[in-house]
Design a protein around this ligand. Sequence first.
Ligand code: NAD
Ligand code: DAU
Length: 361
Amino acid sequence: MMKCCCPILVTGGAGFIGSNFVLQWIGLGGRVVNLDLLTYAGNPANLATLENDPRHRMVAGDICDAELVGTLLREHRPRAIVHFAAESHVDRSIAAPDAFIRTNVHGTFTLLEQARIYWSGLDEAEKGAFRFLHVSTDEVYGSLAAEDAAFSETTAYAPNSPYAATKAASDHLARAYFHTYGLPVLTTNCSNNYGPFQFPEKLIPLMILNALEGKRLPVYGDGANVRDWLYVEDHCAAIRTVLEKGRLGETYNIGGNSERANLDVVTAICGVVDELRPNAAMGPRSKLIQFVQDRPGHDRRYAIDASKIGRELAWQPKVRFEDGLRQTVTWYLEHTDWVESVRTGAYRDWIRQNYDERTSQ
Ligand code: NAD
Ligand code: DAU
């Protein structure tokens, strides 16, 4: 019989959301085997507080490596897999989609297949207790017009970027493994996260650091694209809730009820940075905003209808966007060592590649 002291296998647990999840899970008394390839987005420093903690076992490895995944499952006998590992940045998927196909599609397939083999060999009680939770995104649903209803679990898939297409493919594989093999799969589709440990290629941390340093704030297109922001700890709590109480084979949309236009988000960041790090010589940071060439295929609006998870599993977001944003700005201002450790040569190359040729609009 699988005991509740069994570990869980987390993939991508050195990335932004994964590391927040691992820290919370261990804080709540759990154990984690953490399989992460430690790509540019995976950072062991996120988990520095767990160094020498026997409840956390870091394994630097690839979810596409079937032998490694199979061995980890047999050796550690996890009671669940929580699958975060992915290539996650839309702009990089436009510049170089290959890695997205490999990790998000082939990697998810490898993990599902190894999970199926492991799960098939468990006794009936263990089989009943096992869960495979696939962490996905609202981007699989495509783009909404201003007047459209928010995405629900029955919205048709319409991915528009290579990233979204690979996540959609992985969602379909996860679904197929439930319907075909009975693997106890749960899928979550979440909106934009923000908070500590987010790699500064994404909108919010990039703008915080640029604003702090007086660099231009490159807003794509007209800045009216809308995202539904969720504080990362709320997302992690939702994942735990689905893991514990979710109905097998179901998908759950997770969102923050915090739709904001990008320009409003960047302006709000400027306000908080001005307040926390006033710089008279620089003047108001909002003067640094520049509208630049748009992202190709840029989805106009995302909005999540999270009523299913609220109704069935009693989960609600707790952190108001304005509070979460202030906490996040404060975290980046206070963690300069972490910031410097992630801004490597490869990071600077990416920033040059993505922004140097984006002319002002
Ligand atoms: P991230 O890019 O910060 O982290 C991804 C992690 O996966 C990194 O630690 C990386 O090293 C690891 N990884 C990449 N390829 C791997 C491979 N082949 N094998 C093992 N590990 C590998 O991503 P994130 O923002 O934390 O997102 C985590 C998950 O949540 C992703 O599946 C993403 O699609 C999903 N998601 C993200 C958001 C968001 O706003 N960030 C919202 C909804 C869903
Ligand atoms: O919706 C969930 C998704 O949210 C996740 O699945 C993705 O992994 C995550 O990266 C995020 O995708 P987005 O493309 O929405 O996030 P990003 O931070 O890249 O951009 C947010 C918005 O800000 C988007 O409309 C593009 C815009 N933007 C982004 C950057 C990096 C800018 O205007 N300027 C920028 O420099």
